[in-house]
Write a protein that binds this ligand. Sequence first.
Ligand SMILES: [Mg+2]
Length: 250
Amino acid sequence: MTTAGAIRAVLFDFHETLISADRWFAMEIGGIAVEMLQHLGLWAGAPPEEDRRRIEAAFARLRAVINGAGVEYSAQEIGRRMLRAVGRDGVSVEALDAAAARLFRAYLADVTVKPGAARALDALAVAGLRLGIVSNVAYGPFIAWALEAHGLRERFHAIVASAEVGLRKPRREIFAAGLEAVGVAAAEAVYVGNDYLKDVVGAKLAGMRAIWMPDAGAADYRPDTAIHPDAVVGGLDEVPAVLAAWAGAA
Ligand SMILES: [Mg+2]
């Protein structure tokens, strides 16, 4: 019998929660439009001024859709739309896939794991919890590659990427996909993340508990909303104790 309130799974945000990768993050929200076309071999070097101007305008419109509606574009889809913006078409799915893979592989060396991650994940696994990742990312394989490079991939039962769901945090659909992937109900899961709006508010609106792990630059919206995290931690090494305290109280 399931105890009311018992937590069976922990889902994590990726950037600034499990890992840091500032260059990759900046590419995701800006450079990706030009860099996808460079990896497709469209120009020998930097784009001509007219192409750059068209790509900036087209990508700004995608960012408006992303930020306003929570719709996600994969790296391949961004590449396809940026090609169209400069009057090119007819690039194969295989070429787009290969360009996305090359682009994201180039950022793997940028990834560093947050202090205490392996120890915290081990403690949660030993406590019998299922672990997963729910991340806003334009190319899903990047997460598994980055975890593999640091020996952490095996610790996670599931990785859910917005590029594959088609919708981003804070929309509830991507949290629901994460819950389905680890096989637990929302009330049996907690989400751990650094971003108050995407992670804490998103997870709470999806029916989960939330642990907020603010990074140095995180904005605190607690005074502005009644939607608050269930716990606040200073690092990953504090998460197992929060879960243990909840298990003791349940
Ligand atoms: Mg984050």
